[in-house]
Structure formats: C-alpha cells, structure tokens
Design a binder for this molecule. Structure first.
Ligand SMILES: [Zn+2]
Length: 200
C-alpha cells in the first residue's frame, strides 16, 4: 500500500459538494474556498485554470488557454457568485454581474441540435469547435442560466460554516453545510466554546 501523499493538491482532499456533479457552474463558483490554513483558489493562474477545465472535462488538454481567457473565467466565477447570492437573497443583482454572464453566453454559443437515439429524441447541442476557450465560457454561463431559472434554484444555498463560502444544492430544508467536513468543523468549534465557557 502506498503512503498518503501529503503533497497532492488540496482539491483531491475536498469532499464533493451536493449539486456540483450536475452543474459545472456550481463547481466553478466553488473553485475558491477556505480551508483551515487559508484561502484556496483552484483557478489561481492560467495553468491552474487550464488544469481545472481539463479535469472537469470541459476543455481538451491540447487546447491552450491564454491569460485573457483565464481572467474571463475568473470574472465569470465572481459574477456567478454575485448572481447566486442575489437569487438566494431574493434581491436584484448589480448590472455588471448580469452583463458578465450575458457576455459569456454570447461568446461562442452552442448550436441547438436534436438527436434521435434508441431511447428517443434528446437535445444534444453542438459546441462551437472553432473557439473552444470561448465555447467553454458560453457553456458554463448557460449551465448557470439553467440553474438560476430552473426548479433547482430554490435549493441554492451558501454554506453556513464560517469562512467556507462554498455554494451547494440543499437536499433537504434543514441542511446548512456544504459537506460533513464543514458540519463537523462547526460542531467541534461549538463543543470547544461550550467547554471553555463551562471551565472555571
Ligand atoms: Zn462548507
């Protein structure tokens, strides 16, 4: 058996957050989070952004990402965070967040297409292959648009653990933490505070 690799990226140690498997846009928002020893940004730099897109299956490894494109990806992430907060809070978002999303939607939209397989008709949009980096922005923006306008939007929740800042889809009304990791962290902190308060 191999020893645990303590040098492996932080991303490998984080538990999956409910909803990220269905919405790439939720996964994008959660590429910036806090762990016990500080802030983590999985898109910190062009190479890191490229790696994240490849790992998520959004971009072929051979497609090069430039600094401007990775900057746009980070800008889209911040806009989505603002839009998610507005949706959850029942407020109107600032116009620039909406503009950023709409610009990404228009960057290289997929061509709508109807496919017909053995199990019947299904929608199977064709991404813009001429501009894969812009197409990925459009795809993520469209995913976020689907999330924000669909029935799942009512489940959008920001993790209540202090400093976590991740978003998830609540599976039941009472759920407040993105992962059991966050829930355990909050419970441990409460137990510690209670013990301290009880000691003479
Ligand atoms: Zn959390």
């Amino acid at each position: 058996m191999r020893a645990v690799d303590h040098e492996s990226p932080v991303s490998l140690h984080r538990l999956p957050v409910p909803g990220e498997d269905r919405y790439a846009s939720l996964d994008l928002v959660n590429t910036r989070f806090t762990v016990s020893h500080g802030q983590v940004d999985l898109l910190d730099g062009t190479e890191a952004a490229h790696l994240w897109l490849v790992r998520r299956g959004l971009l072929p490894d051979r497609v090069v990402l430039n600094g401007r494109q990775s900057g746009r990806l980070r800008a889209l992430r911040e806009a989505l965070r603002t839009l998610f907060a507005a949706r959850a809070g029942g407020t109107r978002p600032p116009a620039d967040a909406l503009d950023t999303l709409n610009t990404a939607l228009a960057a290289a939209p997929a061509t709508p297409r109807l496919a017909w397989g053995a199990d019947g008709p299904r929608r199977d949009d064709l991404p813009d292959s001429g501009n894969p980096a812009a197409a990925v922005l459009s795809q993520l923006a469209e995913d976020a648009t689907d999330l924000l306008t669909g029935t799942d939007a009512a489940q959008l929740t920001e993790c209540a653990a202090q400093g976590c800042t991740r978003w998830f889809l609540r599976s039941h009304g009472a759920r407040r933490w993105c992962t059991t990791q966050c829930g355990n962290r909050v419970r441990a902190a409460r137990a510690y505070a209670a013990r301290k308060a009880g000691s003479p």
